[in-house]
Design a protein around this ligand. Sequence first.
Ligand code: PEP
Ligand code: MN
Length: 334
Amino acid sequence: MNKAATHEQVERVVHQIEALNFKAHLSEGETATVIGVIGPNAIEIKDSLVHLDGVAQIIPITKPFKLSGREWHPDDSVYKIGGVEIGGDSIFVIAGPCAVESREQLMSTAEAVKASGAHFLRGGAFKPRTSPYTFQGMGLHGLKLLEEARAATGLPVITEVMAPHDVEAVAASADILQIGARNMQNYNLLFEVGQVHKPVMLKRGLSATIEEWLLAAEYILSRGNYQVILCERGIRTFETMTRNTLDLNAVPVVRELSHLPIVVDPSHGTGSWRWVEAMACAGVAAGAHGLMIEVHPNPAEAYSDGPQSLKFDNFAKLMGSVKKVSEAVGRSLA
Ligand code: PEP
Ligand code: MN
């Protein structure tokens, strides 16, 4: 739309798009209002829109990802979640155990990560474990414990949802819903979280290309949930020294292609607590908006991901290093 386009003119265009049985997605940015026309062969309705008042130009979106791309939304997306800014200049840190194991474990971790400056508490209640014979999470009781930890610390909570039928319950408890790497292409689940009014953090699939990842985000955005955060958590390569290969290339690439905020998870990205701090710092230097770090009171006894979980004192040390790197690259901790 033209810079000077009125609200009525925008409405008129939206109305026309919908009357032609296409979906209209509105992006009101600082520089311009862009109306996305979504549907098969959308460019064919060009002639019915081009003469409407307020329309500046009709641009065919050439990339396969549309709503996650910068053509539709040129400015960075910035959300405020639980008082914390996501996607802006400041860096936010999500920390907590891989899985919620007990009230004591979660409460002590929540207090410790808060004291070190974390902004969000993580903890899985529903765990997507590689083997069905290992701990599968506390389920609904785990969600209640996360709510208790939020009440005690004030930290907003992020937790994974694995099944479409759990989305309602998880959305009622959590401040951010996490879609795990194994579910990145679970399209029914993506559609379901696309319909809730809670932000969604979409982890990159184990062997997903950046394009497949952005197309997965598209499933959520196209259902009207525009609060999507991406998370690079390492991909599978031939390397066996680390659990995954943390693909930090993805950070500048995604920031160029997409307006969505991006988080780096060096815990799953490396698989060993010894390398987490270095790669957390590298993630910030590469341009990530946030970090996700696994922390446990006693990693040796963790039910899941103990080897990559930091003890409280090492998490405090990591936060000190992340602060320094943030400042060195012209950013700051939120
Ligand atoms: C997790 O965050 O604990 C998790 C299961 O991560 P991923 O889906 O990236 O393996
Ligand atoms: Mn984990």
